[in-house]
Write a new protein. Structure first.
Lengths: 449, 449
């Protein structure tokens, strides 16, 4: 990973400096490291090591480092920092990052920190916290650069030089507003830079502007950024007035969080971080396993219904897990593709019927292929043509149900307003287990007994 | 989704205009729509509708629209566009987007398009295509803004105004270079804008710069962008000289692609798009299902080994799928968390042992909980204390193996240089099926017979 170290003169980790008890080396190390690297080093430690380190060297926790840290690690260390230090760190940050730290705190500590903050900072934090969790109002930055359309490039540049410190630390676009403070276009800073100073913003601005509502969910905002390849977007209130901006660096974290949510939800894990203890891990995973136990018992009830057939032909017990397993995997494939297409908004009400038709045809083809293969295996293994026929029929039936469930369950959950990733695996594998055992054993009873 | 439509004056889709055979309405509609929306509309059509549309109105396909389109849709429509139109569209695009379109072409068409391009464009495309697929050299933009450190803000601004059209369409940082053309810092354009014109770049620049090597894999670059919250990064060659830049809007697509790869790989799907036909769907899914069939047969061999026990006690056939299913799900949970942590680089060689210990403890606790529950179910259902004991032991054993396999398999694949998401599900569920059936039936033979 030489690239990731290219900004470091040498590879002296913080722990080395602390182990040597060398305060000078420590502060030199910190000055040299990118805040993201300091944050990374802290994340790699165990909870106990981390607390020990922070207690000995609280100066490690600057605003920059805190802004880069994973939420669960922030939550772990906050109780060990005092309110003044946190308020100082927050004041260095953009208000959107500060709000995220405040979200992780216990109520009592948050009150303390808000008291320790300057009145302006406090007002800004409280304004953000008044919005719902995961909405853009909470995540947006309140500072932005706006200009009326009759201004020239020169006017805009003069304005920025004069405003100086009150501008956001980083910005990429100047939003052009009308008299009602509504964004009607934008000028990228790089365009402003190379344009002649007497050009009017109205002649320079890009009019196809995508504004995001302050009450919009973060997932929706991330989708807009991705779809329109945005670097930043103006945020507007219910009246369409410009109230803030979102920048793409914050959106990347949202995208990663949403992706993580999807992939974990499909596996039935509610949340997981590397900082979790074993007990937290159990808590994140047991609920779904419990539901899975109930559905597995349901499938077993189907088997129990046919126990007389198994006693007579034990080969049924040998082959039935193959039918259920193949259906479960085919269903999971269809489900995962559908969940991903839904989250990328490729799968829409307009294209849903085409997707259902495609899944059904694909399931029929796949079912046919593997029905032939399993029938051959059954015939070679047990030398029984009728048993092979049973396996053949059950495989086709189960694959059809698997394909349909794989696409219908997430579409149904979505239509019902639920997250299609959460709990859809349970539905699909329940269908494939129950149908798998029932079609196999049921056909066996009809044909073989 | 009123927000997504906020940049449209009205909601007239392209198809309406075409249905009315109204050429004027069509071109007006196109002018009003954001290229990303035109591209979206095309993606929602069936392959036949799309070709029909493009044949009737080839002007739909501008460079902007092509740049926004999904790769598989681009691949579908390219054969229906002539080389001159493609060359024109490409010349409007930044070289990184153009290269991606060229990648999707058949060799013969690529040669035609390269012939139709201007000599400078052709040279630039050929330079990009000389790099390996998915490396930064291929994806980067060759235009960037660089300045020596002794320049003042005024010098840099004058330089940009004079260079004008040759600058990249969008840029966010000016890279400060030394005499060997190595990047030693950067100045955000927004800082440049508000600084006094006589300030030297060396006084203004941020020295903690993250440069990316041109041979680096796109996944590594995406990780750097995410970790350091970068908006753009300089790309350097083997000697460390500045040769291009990457911007975050391209990185978002890479992040989404990598996420999609992970989630589909975990479900055993090689690739999938909404534009796929049923046959392509079968091709993307059958290979993994075939491997799953082999492992399911392996598990069945274990069952067959104990068929005499099942003939004697049919309850074994009823309960054994529960043990296997619970283990499979617990293993998939551990696996998914590990794959996600690996791709976010939270799980590193340093933290691996802690993760393995945590998974083992969690598996023991979960195993114990569900062993008790299953033992109770078995006892209530079949009234057999010894059968309950068998279920109890098998559940604990299988959960331990599931937890260990869930973390060890992806770590092992990673260490072996393979993608931990691909094929790890097969390994893990094979372990949990085989161990599940073997531990349950084996214990049953010892205790019950």
């Amino acid at each position: 990973m030489s690239q990731s170290d290219s900004h470091l003169e040498e590879d002296t980790p913080i722990q080395d400096a602390l182990a040597m008890n060398d305060e000078v080396l420590l502060s030199e190390t910190l000055a040299r490291l990118h805040p993201a690297d300091v944050s990374d080093e802290l994340e790699q430690l165990s909870a106990a090591e981390r607390v020990n380190l922070i207690t000995r060297a609280p100066e490690l926790i600057s605003g920059d480092v805190l802004a880069e840290m994973e939420d669960d690690v922030v939550e772990d260390i906050l109780p060990f920092l005092d309110a003044d230090r946190i308020a100082d760190a927050l004041s260095e940050m953009d208000n959107d990052d500060a709000t995220q730290i405040l979200e992780e705190m216990e109520d009592a500590q948050r009150d303390e920190v808000l008291c320790a903050a300057t009145p302006e900072d406090r007002a800004s934090y409280e304004e953000s916290l008044a919005f719902d969790d995961e909405t853009i109002g909470r995540l947006m930055q309140r500072a932005f650069v706006a200009a009326p359309e009759f201004w020239t490039v020169g006017d805009a540049i003069t304005h920025m030089r004069e405003t100086g410190e009150d501008l956001p630390e980083l910005f990429f676009n100047v939003y052009v507003i009308d008299t009602a403070f509504k964004p009607i276009g934008y000028v990228p800073v790089s365009q402003l830079m190379r344009a002649q100073v007497d050009v009017r913003l109205s002649d320079l601005m890009i009019r196809k502007i995508v504004a995001i509502g302050q009450d919009v969910d973060q997932e929706e905002a991330a989708y807009q950024f991705e779809k329109y390849s945005l670097i930043s977007a103006p945020v507007v209130n219910a009246e369409g007035r410009l109230v803030g901006m979102m920048t793409v660096d914050d959106i990347i974290h949202i995208i990663q969080d949403e992706n993580k949510e999807d992939i974990l939800a499909l596996a039935g894990v509610t949340d997981a971080g590397l900082a979790d203890t074993a007990v937290e891990t159990v808590r994140a995973r047991a609920p779904w396993l419990f539901i899975n136990l109930l559905t597995a018992v349901l499938a077993s009830l189907v088997i129990a219904r046919f126990d007389y057939a198994i006693t007579e032909i034990v080969a049924l017990a040998v082959l039935m897990p193959i039918v259920a397993s193949m259906g479960g995997n085919a269903g999971t494939q269809a489900l995962t593709v559908a969940v991903r297409a839904l989250s990328e908004r490729e799968l829409t009400p307009q294209s849903a019927w085409r997707a259902i038709r495609r899944e059904t045809i694909a399931a029929a083809i796949i079912g046919l292929i593997f029905a032939v293969v399993l029938a051959l295996i059954a015939y070679i293994w047990f030398g029984d043509r009728e048993l092979a026929l049973v396996a053949f029929i059950a495989m086709i039936v189960n694959h059809l149900f698997a394909g349909l469930a794989g696409i219908a369950v997430p579409l149904g959950l979505k239509r019902a307003g639920a997250d299609p990733a959460v709990s859809s695996s349970v539905f699909v594998t329940t269908v494939t287990d129950v149908v798998g055992f029932f079609s196999f054993l049921g056909t066996a009873v009809i044909i073989l007994l």
